[in-house]
Design a protein around this ligand. Structure first.
Ligand SMILES: Nc1ncnc2c1ncn2[C@@H]1O[C@H](COP(=O)(O)OP(=O)(O)O)[C@@H](O)[C@H]1O
Ligand SMILES: [Mg+2]
Length: 254
């Protein structure tokens, strides 16, 4: 099992879009991915055609009631196994924030349910560094950081790097990470400057593949589909296929 947290404490940078479409791409390659939603705001369970999701049968139930993961896991039409989220995840900080050892909850659950599998496990994180994201980072073998090419996003990235470096202390291990530029527009000087700055500062940690805007990427969730089911010839499908292949070739999912 390889656990990948898709994290950025900034919202709107493409975490949910990225995690869904990388998982869908891995599913098409028969890698049997597991997708875990830890963002109270992510309505992707809905986007994936799951309606009336009960709190008890979601990751909120896992954290609150210790519901075993295999009881909340659902297999989707695109062969992704999903641990759906729920708005009740927003209560986890207040409920469990003071519990000793709480940051290891997700890792313990994953070890119990999936340790013997070699499936990639992808986590869609909330845009904050609370109990849920700490659980994701604690469980993660690697972190994928989507970032948009604007000044504030890149300032945020620098802070995120510092936070990960601080976390490595108590974790007593490195957290390998890769950055992917999203919403990238080659024609905009601001985007080209951001790319040059990121290359200088983060070098090898920056993915070669960049994800430009594609309306199909924002439309597909409204149809309950990933980009490959919605429009497999779209530029967005091509880019996420390419990103997945790049990450596979660098051993990111092992
Ligand atoms: N490459 C893209 N092209 C077009 N729309 C995108 C792209 N990436 C993200 N979006 C849209 O931008 C919004 C924020 O993306 P999302 O993946 O939800 O970010 P996050 O999870 O980081 O908050 C969503 O409406 C999404 O559909
Ligand atoms: Mg999101």
């Amino acid at each position: 099992m390889a656990v990948i947290a898709v994290f950025n404490q900034k919202g709107g940078v493409g975490k949910t879009t990225t995690v869904l479409n990388i998982a869908a791409s891995l599913a098409l390659l028969e890698r049997k991915p597991v997708l875990i939603y830890l963002d109270p705001q992510a309505h992707v369970s809905l986007a994936l055609g799951i309606k009336n999701q009960q709190s008890s049968a979601s990751t909120a139930g896992f954290f609150r009631d210790n519901t075993p993961m295999d009881r909340i896991m659902r297999r989707l039409a695109n062969q992704i196994r999903l641990l759906p989220g729920h708005p009740d995840l927003s209560k986890v900080d207040a409920l469990l924030g003071a519990t000793p050892g709480v940051a290891g909850t997700l890792k313990r659950g994953l070890d119990a349910a999936l340790a013997w599998e070699d499936s990639p496990i992808l986590i869609d994180c909330a845009p904050s560094l609370g109990v849920l994201s700490l659980n994701a980072l604690y469980a993660a073998d690697r972190v994928l950081i989507p970032v948009t090419a604007d000044y504030l996003a890149i300032q945020g990235l620098n802070r995120l790097y510092l936070a990960l470096n601080v976390l490595e202390g108590p974790l007593k291990r490195r957290i390998p990470r890769r950055i992917v530029l999203t919403r990238f527009d080659e024609a905009k000087p601001q985007c080209r400057e951001a790319l040059a700055g990121l290359k200088t500062r983060y070098g090898d940690n920056l993915c070669d593949t960049r994800i430009p805007d594609d309306p199909a990427l924002s439309e597909s969730p409204a149809h309950g589909m990933d980009i490959f089911a919605y429009s497999s010839d779209s530029p967005g499908a091509h880019d996420y296929r390419l990103l997945t292949m790049e990450l596979l070739s660098k051993g990111f999912f092992q």
